[in-house]
Design a protein. Structure first.
Length: 480
């Protein structure tokens, strides 16, 4: 494969300029159609990458002249940014879209649009076309940057617009972003996935891995720091693969080191990591970079090597533990580990599941994101025999969550009496006068304090560890 063939494709400046022209056309249309600025409601399902995509969608809509609302029944444009990872998320989308049928009938000028991972699946798009005739616009994951043109067609044409090209993804730089949060920011560094785990639909709907250039990432990161963001999370389906498609090659570890060297007081987080690509170099980088959070989200999915092979994960239980133990040896109790687990993968036996329980006991994660297997049409696992009944899988699931709850409580107890530099990000839930902060290991500490501290780093002492949150007290009120 030649260097030119390996280089990540980017959307041309001419195409981006063309979309800006369509933004102006949309602005003219809605100015003529409405007496006051119309409102858009963007509803997001799924992962942080979807949240980041929605911020770009809002950025483009803002440029076109829309205001925003969380109430879909006062919006002139309703966009559902969908998730295809689990069946439950898809069912919620269908239910919420269906509930708008009456609203659309009473307000025919309202535009209803669907985008995101669900829409990149042909059988889903066909269902929308046939069973939801009041949906005006459907577009896939690879054409988000074309929203101005697509919306213009939906506003001015007589036909419904469906734009779901079967294509390789490309990088679109320079899209405006309207961020949802003043205290933290998402920063995508790559898109897509090459791993093809047998249960996962993501590579089919997000495409193959493609990395943003380090230059563009550094530029956006510096802008975020200058705007006052102090917690910035780097996003990718598999951040450990960052840069493999770039020429010259830049590793994820190198990117972290270069970001860490930038001026400013900020904290870098990242997700998600794949164990097969997680290197000891990355762990050493985490341990040595003072601005990189010592929080490692490293999904292991199963503790059974037989199931890991069936899932196509390309690592073993032993290799996973070797990484975790190495990370603990460098970062000790300061390291926070979180992970994902699938319960009831096709062909999994209770003996396999017990190996997952034993791995959970060895890893001692701060918290786990646990799911009962959900078949995804188009994936190899959906065609595998799955003899274990749902009721049995639910029992296993409860056994796992009960175990992890005990482990989480014991892990939280280790922090009693310790002090941490924490980023104060919002109001707390322990009481009306509590505000919430997050330490380096992504643990939440709530303390009594003034809301003026939100958006600053503060030193907090842990007074009482609870199951999923800790109660603390402010050591000093000086803003850091």
């Amino acid at each position: 494969m030649s260097e030119n063939e390996r280089k990540t494709k980017t959307i041309s400046a001419d195409e981006l300029d063309r979309q800006k022209q369509f933004s102006q056309k949309v602005s003219s249309v809605i100015s003529a159609r409405y007496d006051e600025k119309p409102k858009a409601c963007v509803i997001t399902y799924g992962c942080q990458q979807n949240l980041a995509d929605s911020e770009k969608i809002k950025g483009m809509l803002d440029l076109m002249g829309y205001d925003f609302t969380d109430n879909r029944l006062e919006a002139k444009l309703i966009i559902f940014n969908t998730c295809a990872v689990r069946e439950h998320a898809e069912d919620r989308v269908f239910g919420n879209v269906g509930s708008l049928k009456k609203y659309k009938r009473e307000n025919p000028d309202v535009v209803i649009a669907l985008c995101g991972c669900m829409m990149q699946q042909k059988h889903i798009a066909d269902k929308i076309k046939q069973s939801y005739p009041f949906v005006d616009l459907v577009f896939g994951t690879h054409v988000v940057h074309c929203l101005p043109e697509l919306l213009y067609r939906a506003l001015t044409g007589r036909k419904r617009v469906f734009e779901i090209p079967d294509m390789d993804g490309a990088i679109a730089e320079g899209i405006p972003v309207k961020r949802d949060d003043d205290s933290k920011a998402w920063l995508p560094i790559m898109y897509g996935c090459n791993n093809f785990c047998t249960y996962c639909i993501v590579p089919y709907v997000r495409g193959r891995e493609r990395s943003r250039s380090e230059e563009d990432i550094l530029k956006e990161f510096k802008e975020l720091v200058s705007q006052g963001y102090k917690e910035i999370t780097l996003l990718g389906q598999n951040v450990n693969s960052y840069g493999k498609d770039l020429i010259p090659h830049v590793s994820f570890s190198q990117l972290l080191r270069d970001l860490n060297a930038l001026d400013g007081d900020f904290r870098i987080r990242f997700m998600t990591s794949h164990p097969k690509d997680c290197t000891k170099e990355l762990i050493e980088t985490m341990a040595s970079c003072d601005k990189v959070a010592q929080h490692l989200h490293l999904p292991f999915q199963s503790g059974s090597n037989r199931i890991l092979k069936a899932i196509n994960r390309h690592y073993t239980r032993e290799q996973y533990l070797d990484l975790i133990n190495y990370a603990k040896s460098l970062m000790g109790d300061e390291l926070s580990i979180t992970s994902d687990i699938i319960v009831g993968f096709p062909g999994e036996t209770y003996e396999d599941f017990k190996q997952t329980l034993s791995l959970v006991e060895e890893v001692k994660a701060t918290s786990l994101f646990t799911f009962i297997y959900s078949p995804r049409k188009g994936t190899p696992a959906a065609e595998m025999p799955d003899p274990i009944p749902a009721e049995e899988k639910s029992k296993w699931f409860k056994e796992l969550t009960d175990l992890q709850e005990k482990i989480s409580a014991s892990q939280m107890a280790l922090h009693k009496g310790r002090t941490y530099k924490c980023y104060v990000y919002g109001k707390g839930k322990l009481g009306d006068n509590y505000i919430a902060a997050r330490n380096d290991g992504n643990l939440i500490i709530e303390f009594e304090g003034d809301e003026s501290l939100i958006g600053t780093f503060q030193t907090i002492k842990v007074i009482e560890p609870l199951t999923f949150v800790m109660r603390g007290e402010l050591v000093k009120e000086k803003q850091i």
